[in-house]
Design a protein around this ligand. Structure first.
Ligand code: PEP
Ligand code: MG
Length: 587
């Protein structure tokens, strides 16, 4: 039976393919009652899985090279101890025997109980050990479930997404949620699109989908329950609609729509080499946002004037060890070289909130409000050795082209001062060992917290340039979690407070004589282009996939008209009036 689900379209375009359900471990493990006569066999199956994992850990330990860091052996020992602990060996057996739950279900219940106990622990180090428990349990589950049923059950979504690569192309991924780290897998393996039950329009997952030109709809709420594996799906990322089990006529109609969209995209490619300027001759810089070095290819194809935001945290995700200075240096140099002398803005690590590392426990759900916690510059200043290594890597890359450093999530002047002192320290460290670097590297700050937007004059005295991160600026101004679908309807880029902060920042930067860009999603939305032009913005940084559409809009806009109309918009107090004026501006 055909039916449609409505959510938030976060990445435009049409995808047509078969459904592939990707789910977190607890939802995916089968739950069933064991026949009384099979209970002893179920216990034996569970104990055999424990033995297998114990043997695996021992053999991993034995295979460690002499040169391996000592922590690795200690880590395996810790997992062996956890695995042998009665909390994992006895309690699940009791659940199997008394409640006749299958082994996987019994183990998941015990894991949930242990995780809840760990969350109560005050000592941060001990609290973090819950990750070890989860990892050990996942190893046991993997053995219980068996490798060949991976396509049905997901132990790690990343693993599963990777396992599905042979099926990619005509496949729409259906998940309860996907993390920005999962999206890195999407970069490697093309799927037709994805839908999730939860999520917001400017979550990092949504941003990644746009960067991949991957149609996506989030906040569908019950998609996972209503859709079966292999169902035919039509995903309209522009309208935010998912059609399940379409009939032949609907399928044909959407295939035609998809073809038309593909042709329009192809036509836009002709603008790649045209200079970006308004009808009245005002030049505008259109720069690219990237997450990984490979993205520069798309930036160059779209004719970007440089990289306006390199979100370096994506180099740090989905891996057991953080990248060292040399590895980072290679990645930054690759981008700088590929951009052939054009500016490359490298943002220092913005980890925290919805961007988590596998390699350490930052955030890990223990912070009550991770978006307000130890994120971005706060995290970097709290981890000086890691920050210095990144700064040295960026400075080393500056020798090979035009590099700028960008500091995320600035709220206080002292954060800028501390970061500048650390940049000086990194410079001195390189000088001491004779490594060349560009001595005039400019340092900028992100304006993405209202406190920063309201003190631009002060910050501009210390910084060489500014970049407005509208995604977080909206989140922090309106107190709306950008990744939470339940409040997504209140996430409003056109809220008068947001417009005042953006316009005020551009004005204040102008008065202070420092260049200002917008690198949040607002810069890549055609419906916002004239508004930002009218506010005086001349540098827009966005995903390459959005660049040519924005260029087309600039080529058909007059700076003088935009400025006059935006003055009226900024004076409008009534939301309806404001929207009317914006509609007229975009007409
Ligand atoms: C922003 O907040 O607008 C921004 C560009 O940074 P990110 O989306 O990576 O938080
Ligand atoms: Mg941000």
């Amino acid at each position: 039976m055909t039916f449609a689900l409505h959510g938030i379209g976060v990445s435009g375009g049409i995808a047509i393919g078969r459904a592939h359900l990707v789910t977190p471990v607890a939802l995916d493990v089968s739950h069933y009652l064991v026949e009384p006569s099979r209970v002893a066999a179920e216990v034996a199956r569970f104990q055999a899985a424990l033995d297998t994992v114990q043997a695996e850990l021992k053999s991993l330990h034995a295979s460690l090279a002499h040169t391996s860091p000592g922590e690795l052996g200690a880590f395996l020992d810790l997992h062996s101890l956890i695995l042998a602990d009665p909390m994992l060996t006895r309690e699940p057996v009791r659940i199997i025997e008394e409640r006749r739950c299958n082994a996987e279900w019994a183990l998941i219940q015990q894991m949930d109980a242990l995780v809840a106990q760990f969350d109560e622990i005050e000592d941060e180090y001990l609290r973090e050990r819950k990750n070890d428990v989860v990892q050990v349990v996942e190893r046991v589950l993997k053995v219980l479930v068996g490798a060949d049923s991976l396509a049905r059950t997901s132990l790690s979504r990343t693993q599963k997404l990777k396992a599905l690569q042979s099926l990619e192309g005509e496949m729409v991924v259906v998940a309860h949620d996907l993390s920005p780290a999962d999206m890195l897998v999407f970069k490697e393996h093309r799927f037709a699109g994805f839908v999730t039950d939860v999520g917001g329009a400017t979550s990092h997952t949504a941003i990644m989908a746009r960067s991949l030109s991957l149609p996506a709809v989030v906040a569908l709420h019950h998609a996972r329950e209503l859709i079966a594996e292999d169902d035919w799906l039509i995903l309209d990322g522009t309208a935010g609609v998912l059609i399940v089990a379409p009939d032949a006529a609907v399928l044909e109609e959407y295939k035609l729509k998809r073809r038309t969209l593909q042709l329009e995209r192809k036509k836009l490619m002709r603008l790649a080499s045209a200079p970006a300027a308004t009808l009245d001759g005002e030049a505008v810089d259109l720069l690219a946002n990237i997450e990984l070095p490979d993205d520069v290819k798309a930036a160059n194809e779209a004719g970007a004037a440089g990289v306006g935001l390199f979100r370096t945290e994506f180099l740090f995700m989905n891996r057991a060890e953080l990248p060292g200075e040399d590895e980072q240096f290679e990645a930054y140099r690759e981008v700088v070289r590929s951009m052939g002398g054009q500016p490359v803005v490298i943002r220092t690590l913005d980890i925290g909130a919805d961007k988590q590392l596998d390699a350490d426990g930052v955030g890990d759900g223990v912070a009550l409000n991770p978006a307000l916690g130890l994120r971005a510059i706060r995290y970097c200043l709290a981890e000086p050795q890691m920050f210095l290594a990144q700064l040295r890597a960026i400075l080393r890359a500056s020798h090979y082209g035009s590099v700028r450093i960008l500091l995320p999530m600035i709220a206080h002047l002292h954060e800028v001062e501390q970061a500048l002192a650390m940049i000086d320290q990194a410079r001195a460290q390189l000088d001491a060992i004779g490594i060349p670097h560009d001595r005039s590297v400019k340092v900028g700050g992100m304006i993405e917290i209202p406190a920063a937007a309201l003190t631009v004059g002060q910050l501009a005295k210390k910084l060489d340039y500014l970049s407005i991160g509208t995604n977080d600026l909206i989140q922090y101004t309106l107190a709306i979690d950008r990744a939470d679908d339940q409040v997504a309807s209140l996430y409003d880029p056109l809220h008068p407070a947001v417009l005042q902060l953006v316009a005020g920042t551009i004005r204040a930067a102008g008065r202070a004589g420092v260049p200002v860009a917008v690198c949040g999603e607002m810069a890549g939305e055609v419906a916002m282009t004239r508004l930002l032009l009218g506010m005086g913005l001349r540098q827009f940084s966005m995903h390459p996939a959005q660049l040519l559409e924005v260029k087309q809009r600039i080529l058909t806009s007059s700076r003088a008209d935009c400025e006059a109309q935006v003055k009226r918009i900024l004076r409008a107090e009534e939301p309806d009036r404001l929207r009317e004026l914006i509609a007229a501006l975009n007409a």
